[in-house]
Design a protein around this ligand. Structure first.
Ligand code: COA
Length: 172
């Protein structure tokens, strides 16, 4: 089963391989919006990216208006980057209705092996320790993999808003 670790430049080449597999589709929970893959091939740029992910967890870090602090974690196994997970520390209007507290993605070559389920299970105590007593997790109506991931982790369905199924989990 994968470990959840803080972003680390040691995974540079593996992260790049994993990101390339998304082939332009959204890498949920990666925090990579605005960081073109071509530019992340440069070691210094990748270091800046990793630093930006890590400091986003600090309330005092600069961020765009309305955005909340976020803890980014990577799923890794045997030195290989498998996926990303983001824990938003609070809910703004968009997150309450659509995005939820936690987002994640698994690189295409590592899917259907239980990694998302295990990563979400490992992330729930982290969320609890961040003071989130009820965790909101959402998925698109037609995202069977994410839906199963949430339901396997005890997600209690509340409703669907704008095509997003919304679930609450109370971390043990
Ligand atoms: C959704 C996603 C994270 C699932 O990752 P994963 O590591 O393959 O998931 P798991 O192996 O833990 O599978 C969890 C459950 O989903 C099921 N599942 C996974 N992918 C599925 C698919 N494409 N269709 C149907 N069921 C699927 C599995 O069978 C498993 O359920 P089960 O154990 O009851 O059989 C992955 O497909 C992904 O990264 N998708 C793109 C990004 C995304 O959609 N993120 C979620 C945003 S809300």
């Amino acid at each position: 089963m994968p470990l959840l670790i803080a972003p680390d430049v040691r995974f540079h080449s593996s992260w790049l391989e994993g990101a390339a597999e998304f082939d332009g589709s959204r890498q949920d929970g990666a925090g990579a919006d605005g960081w073109p893959l071509e530019e992340l091939k440069d070691a210094h740029t990748f270091q800046r990216f990793v630093d930006a992910l890590v400091i986003d967890a600090l309330p005092e870090s600069p961020r765009k208006p309305g955005l909340v602090p976020c803890t980014y974690l990577w799923m890794v196994e045997d030195g290989t980057f498998l996926g990303s997970l983001a824990i938003r520390h609070g809910l703004n209007e968009h997150l309450l209705n659509q995005g939820g507290h936690i987002g994640y993605s698994v690189r295409p070559s590592a899917r259907r092996r239980g990694h998302a389920s295990a990563a979400l299970a490992a992330a729930l105590p982290v969320a609890r320790d961040l003071g989130i007593s009820r965790v909101l997790i959402t998925c698109d109506e037609d995202n069977a993999g994410s839906r199963a991931t949430i339901e396997r982790n005890g997600g209690v369905y509340e409703d669907t808003r704008g095509g997003k199924r919304r679930y609450w989990v109370e971390p043990a």
